[in-house]
Design a protein around this ligand. Structure first.
Ligand SMILES: [Zn+2]
Ligand SMILES: [Zn+2]
Length: 374
């Protein structure tokens, strides 16, 4: 039987700011069919706003329209389709924004963050099992990254969720699928930070702050946080940064602190300019890793001779190079021991109807994570 519920639908990308006035996201009644083979219906309990959602709304990244955005969320399983074995109704789950098919070459070699079938389905705004299944009346609405979590319900592939403990709060749980894996994973896996290393983190949004947490749990002893907003200093230091650098000329300021350059630089700003600064403050033989997704045509410049002669590594980090079914339980364990305090990334909880105003706050970088609590 199909189910009807409220969702935030985007019909036109690139609407003018402020979004509070142009209201690109409309709260509409949409519907979903009962789950098919390998599919799970989830009642969304918390969904947080990530910069990637803003890039859907502002048109920096192109997705098929209309679409229901939202890719960082947690909820409760309400119904399962045939052949679903890993979850049952009543289970709490964190959602993953790239389905791991488990069969493609990348999945088989242990890199499900690069799943080929999941990537193709995401590009086409459907699930790996088919679709799109979302409807507004007779009109098909696309799924965002296999989830479309800015809604009271989501129909997802069984391989787009990970079971979480029954006593984990939904607001915190919502962060694990994107901010925590992308941020902490970029430090632990993509940059492979080792005990005693020096690290710089550019951009203190949810992903950048989670990267500080990851660098700390990896044993980095010097963690320099960089952000243009000096008001982020106290939170950065509270989460484990040893130093804070504000504003322009960050590379020179970092070089003043660590003259030979840092072992690893992590960029989570979303800008090419900051990535070039991050490259500039990495030592010979160091690693520079980015989780940024600026507008697709933006390219960075770096002298090839320096890349070679200084034996540098430059790496893009998608989903923190994580294996979600392994790493979400691991990160939840660290959180419960107080070693990965991801709850400190939550700036405020909001209602679904506040979503356009929340996009303005995100664009102003005046908040870390805003979580829609259903
Ligand atoms: Zn995200
Ligand atoms: Zn795959």
């Amino acid at each position: 039987m199909s189910i009807s519920f409220r969702a935030a639908v985007l019909r036109t990308a690139g609407s003018p700011r402020p979004y509070a006035r142009s209201r690109p996201l409309a709260i509409e009644t949409v519907s979903l069919p009962a789950p098919g083979a390998g599919e799970v219906l989830v009642r969304i309990k918390a969904a947080s706003l990530c910069h990637s959602d803003l890039s859907v709304v502002n048109g920096d990244r192109r997705w098929p329209l209309p679409i229901v955005p939202g890719h960082e969320a947690a909820g409760v399983v309400t119904e399962i389709g045939p052949e679903v074995a890993s979850v049952a109704p009543g289970d709490r789950v964190a959602l993953i924004f790239l389905t791991q098919c488990g069969r493609c070459a990348r999945c088989v070699e242990g890199q499900p963050h690069l799943c080929e079938r999941g990537t193709q389905a995401n590009r086409e705004g459907r699930l790996i099992s088919g679709g799109p299944h979302l409807r507004a009346g007779a009109e098909a609405i696309h799924h965002h990254m296999g989830l479309s979590a800015f809604a009271e319900h989501a129909l997802v592939s069984e391989a787009s969720l990970v079971k979480i403990p029954h006593d984990l709060g939904f607001v915190e749980a919502s962060l694990f699928g994107c901010a925590v894996m992308c941020g902490a994973g970029s430090a632990l896996y993509s940059a492979a930070i080792r005990p005693g290393e020096s690290v710089v983190v550019f951009g203190l949004g949810g992903v950048g702050l989670a990267a500080i947490l990851g660098a700390r749990s990896a044993g980095a002893t010097r963690i320099i946080a960089v952000d243009s907003n000096p008001e982020k200093r106290p939170l950065a230091l509270a989460l484990g940064a040893s130093d804070f650098v504000a504003g322009d000329g960050a590379a020179a300021a970092v070089r003043a602190l660590v003259p030979q350059g840092v072992d690893a630089a992590l960029d989570a700003t979303g800008t090419v300019e900051a990535f070039e600064q991050a490259l500039d403050c990495t030592r010979r033989g160091g690693r520079t890793v980015s989780t940024s997704l600026p507008e697709a045509s933006r390219a960075f410049r770096f002298p090839l001779s320096r890349l070679v002669a200084e034996a540098r590594a430059i790496r893009g980090s998608y989903i923190g190079s994580c294996v979600p079914s392994r790493d979400i339980p691991a990160f939840v364990g660290l959180y419960r021991q107080g070693r990965l305090p991801v709850d400190k990334l939550v700036s405020r909880t909001i209602g679904l109807e506040d979503i356009n105003e929340a996009m303005d706050a995100l664009a102003d970088a005046s908040v870390i994570r805003q979580v829609i609590a259903f």
